[in-house]
Design a protein around this ligand. Structure first.
Ligand code: NAP
Length: 285
């Protein structure tokens, strides 16, 4: 049976460290602040934003929420981001994805000051990540790396397979594994022989967004299986991409959903916000 990698417990440890740093910064007269912008009323987004707010309270980060109607224009959003870019109380700016149709999310992200881009989606930060010279890491892939590290899963020299090539998960995930000297394959919807490729993986990361996508026969015995997917099953329950009951019999390590990658994403957001505050106060170069 696979060892469960407990994202809830590991994220709690990260948040304890973050809270200490937040308190230390407060002692230096710096109150760390995060602004979260949510547009429209998608219920999943509301849940994510509430969780982020709760995490801020838990670690002592000051937070502001801008809940805007779906009718908000691109220009109004640009003006808000511009104001937050110049707001000394705010060190991190996060625009909750997805934005309602008609708004250009990519264009908006490019207007966030790179030092306040705590999601690390701005082209400047993406480029830094490619070069391995980053200040911020994107929260979900960074959370996955932390989970692997905490579980004692060595990446160096291992065959790593990432299913999914999105800008926010798959691509940066592959890059972080590569930086740790993994031998990385990225799979996507046009990949042929997906099952065979996955079966070669010592570390398999699934970021597809389809329930029951990764079955037990796609997993190499003893592999570390990281399930990034957040889906609803037929009963409406939150689930990942991996058929957990099958996978846990084959894998060496596995993350559950819920309680795996999800809580880590939020913990890494808190960590990035502290990094942002340090950068903006000259504590980090
Ligand atoms: P996305 O942008 O929709 O990307 C999905 C990826 O899966 C695409 O690259 C797509 O390939 C690939 N894919 C789809 N069908 C496939 C198939 N049959 N075979 C192989 N690859 C296939 O999604 P995302 O934003 O990366 O998110 C992925 C999942 O992670 C979602 O469930 C999301 O909710 C979850 N998520 C979780 C967290 C967390 O904190 N736990 C954070 C972010 C995202 P193509 O590129 O060829 O279309």
């Amino acid at each position: 049976m696979a060892k469960i990698i407990d994202g809830k417990a590991i994220s709690a440890e990260v948040k304890v460290k973050v809270a200490k740093e937040v308190a230390a910064l407060k002692g230096q007269g710096i109150s760390v602040g995060l602004a979260v912008v949510i547009v429209g009323d998608a219920s999943a987004s509301r849940v994510y934003v509430n969780n982020k707010k709760k995490a801020c309270e838990a670690v002592g980060i000051y937070s502001e929420e801008y809940a805007l109607p779906a009718s908000t224009s691109q220009q109004e959003l640009l003006e808000l981001v511009d104001r937050l870019n110049h707001d000394g109380k705010i060190h991190g700016i996060l625009v909750q994805s997805p934005l309602p149709k008609g708004l250009d999310e990519a264009a908006l992200v490019e207007t966030i000051a790179p030092q306040k881009d705590v999601d690390a989606f701005h082209a400047y930060n993406v480029g830094k990540i490619m070069q391995g010279k980053y200040s911020f890491l994107p929260c979900t892939p960074a959370g996955v790396m932390e989970l692997l590290h905490s579980a004692g899963v060595e990446v160096c020299g291992k065959r790593c397979v990432v299913i999914g090539r999105s800008d926010i998960v798959g691509k940066p995930m592959a890059m972080l594994l590569l930086h740790q000297n993994g031998t990385v394959t990225i799979c996507h919807s046009r990949t042929q022989n997906l099952k065979e490729i996955c079966r070669e993986a010592d570390i398999l990361v699934s970021a597809v967004g389809k329930a029951a996508f990764v079955t037990g026969d796609m997993i190499k015995p003893g592999a570390a299986v990281i399930d990034v997917g957040m889906n609803r099953n037929q009963e409406g329950k939150l689930c990942g991409d991996v058929v957990f009951a099958e996978a846990e019999k084959v894998a060496g390590y596995i993350t559950p959903v819920p309680g795996g990658v999800g809580p880590m994403t939020i913990a890494m957001l808190m960590k990035n916000t502290v990094t942002a505050a340090k950068l903006q106060n000259g504590i980090l170069p």
